[in-house]
Design a protein around this ligand. Sequence first.
Ligand code: ZN
Ligand code: ZN
Length: 185
Amino acid sequence: MTKDALWTGKLGQKTVVYDPTIQLPGCPHLFLWTEADGMGKYLADVIRSKVKRVPDESATATLQALYEAWREATGERWLLEETRFYEEQARGAEERRKAQEARQEAKRLAQLSIEERHAERLKTLGKEFKGVESVTSERRVHRATHCYACKSSLNSAQDLQCKACGWILCDCGACGCGYESPAPT
Ligand SMILES: [Zn+2]
Ligand SMILES: [Zn+2]
């Protein structure tokens, strides 16, 4: 018997067909076929110890033939649909993971001081952090009403400016060092 051959087993009262060629690698489910229900999904970890292979496969030859007829007619389409299903699930999980990361990052940033946010932002931009200072009237070179980075209105109670560019810092840490003037229209 080859490694890819079908086999039949007992799962409680049911006789199931296991087909190694119609399983999905890395899938949490094992697919088992029964005459009554067609292809079914079972949690692989749970089911492996519960299926008892039948000792005499000749006794289930008819069932195997029925299964092979099913596979011939619908197997390929079924496997394609299942593949899509699990891919979609994986994508959903990936999106949830990313959203969770973004929430954690936002929470972390919210706990930093403006100066720390500013320093991180410059580091991300590959610019040198030269420190911050209180807004000085002679060096005040920029006062926008809205932050170009986070789009929030600049809070005038905020009175730190970047030592490198002289822009007043936004709460998000943005200054002129990361500003790219819009292309002339
Ligand atoms: Zn901002
Ligand atoms: Zn700056």
